[in-house]
Design a protein around this ligand. Structure first.
Ligand code: COI
Length: 359
């Protein structure tokens, strides 16, 4: 397997890197080292840990015009004994390649992806926060660097990983959701299931509307009937109705979230019934009015689990969720965060211990 070439100047910069802010927020700070690996002539080239800095990219690189790009979001945690652990990184490695296939990009061997994540985490170990709920967020991504205006798949790419010591994604407690009944995020046969910038770009126009209306997140519905819940702009959705945990069944328009899967596993382990189905927004709103939808929450790697306080519909009507603090959601969150931080037993294979390096 390829070994990561470590640049001493990257290590020197990491040694001097400290973050003292106790309100880390999300993505505010970035470690001064990054992984880079180019793909050319049908092969991945040397893989390096270099100082963080701007990428030299040709203005005619295809990513800049045609959006041939994919990314991942994953987290690294400090345990009470100071060891460092990645959470289910193989799930991200696999999904990265699912996204790559859809976007006509080369697969990156899983061992190479995992080795690169391990190395950046190992060298940035001092940047892995100590407080519960905080982590080192890794953002692996791949862009098409081939130069040319022709609309055809590129043959040259760059794989990069940057690392950001992060805290909570949301500043408040519970989120207000705006139901988007007009725009769509993606359609069947499209790229909705792939973690590619296009899906997030498609959500931004509606995000502005969402914020203006005093909400925090946009809820996306299916493209045909504008009736079935898909996901939020960067998170999956769950609702608790009559004590049962409901989430939209995966389709090719929904991202297969690692946190979504972990929550379902944890809930089943706690004997909570979990149902994956076509989930109609009108049923959820009716159940909220009747007090049967006792709680709802969004989840994702960055967001973890954040309870939903209310839904705002197109006609301006607000539907409040009975328990805006979400007792079940919060207990699942506590369990998940505890496992990630090494304070609760996690299922076998969920934590990958990062090697120790002297820096
Ligand atoms: C993540 O949860 O890691 C994502 O990529 C979603 C984005 C909203 C930050």
């Amino acid at each position: 397997m390829k070994k990561v070439e470590i640049h001493p100047d990257a290590v020197e910069r990491i040694k001097k890197f400290t973050v003292t802010d106790n309100q880390l927020g999300f993505g505010k700070y970035v470690c001064p080292a990054m992984i880079v690996c180019a793909y050319d002539k049908g092969e991945w080239q040397k893989i390096e840990l270099i100082p963080y800095g701007p990428l030299a990219i040709d203005p005619c690189a295809k990513v800049l015009h045609y959006g041939q790009e994919i990314f991942e979001g994953m987290k690294v945690f400090r345990h009470p004994d100071d060891s460092i652990h990645m959470f289910r990184p193989e799930m991200n490695a696999r999904r990265f390649n699912v996204s790559a296939k859809r976007m006509a990009m080369p697969a990156i061997p899983e061992e190479l992806f995992l080795e690169a994540c391990d190395v950046i985490s190992a060298y940035c170990k001092n940047a892995v926060p100590k407080r519960l709920g905080e982590s080192l967020y890794l953002r692996p991504f791949m862009i098409a660097t081939e130069v040319g205006m022709g609309i055809k798949p590129a043959k040259q790419f760059l794989f990069v990983i940057v690392a950001s010591p992060s805290g909570s994604y949301f500043s408040g407690d519970s989120v207000k959701v705006y139901i988007e009944r007009e725009d769509i995020r993606c359609a069947p046969g499209g790229v909705g299931f792939a973690k590619t910038g296009a899906n997030y770009a498609a959500s931004l126009n509606s995000y502005e509307k969402t914020l203006k209306l005093g909400c925090d997140q946009t809820m996306w519905l299916d493209a045909h009937e504008h009736k079935y819940i898909e996901e939020m702009s960067g998170m999956n959705f769950f609702a608790v109705m009559d004590g049962v945990l409901h989430t939209p069944k995966l389709t090719d328009t929904i991202l297969d979230g690692v946190t979504r899967r972990s929550i379902m596993d944890i809930a089943r382990g706690e004997n909570i019934e979990v149902v994956e189905s076509k989930l109609s927004i009108d049923d959820i709103l009716k159940a909220s009015e009747e007090g049967r939808c006792t709680e709802a929450f969004v989840c994702g790697t960055a967001a973890v689990i954040a309870p939903i306080a209310s839904f705002l519909d197109k006609d301006g009507k607000t539907y409040r969720v009975k328990d805006p603090q979400g007792k079940i959601g919060m207990s699942l969150r506590e369990k998940l965060v505890g496992m990630q931080a090494g304070r609760e037993d996690a299922p076998k294979g969920w934590l990958h211990k990062v090697r120790n390096v002297d820096i």
